[in-house]
Design a protein around this ligand. Structure first.
Ligand code: FES
Length: 58
């Protein structure tokens, strides 16, 4: 079974990580011009959010 972890980077995007490999970086700030993916705009808008980590298991 794959180990799936969703991370929220401090002041940055969500990372979808499968078996230790980052698969996607998804926009968390709402300002990406390439949604649903992060394009770095969170830095320009000085997005603030706490880090978190969630492991999904079945
Ligand atoms: S989190 Fe990076 S552009 Fe939104």
């Amino acid at each position: 079974m794959a180990r799936v972890v969703i991370r929220g980077f401090e002041n940055g995007p969500y990372e979808v990580n499968v078996d230790g490999k980052a698969i996607y970086h998804l926009c968390r700030c709402g300002h990406s011009e390439n949604k649903p993916y992060c394009d770095g705009h969170h830095k320009k808008v000085e997005f603030k959010a706490p880090p978190f980590e969630l492991e999904i298991t079945k």
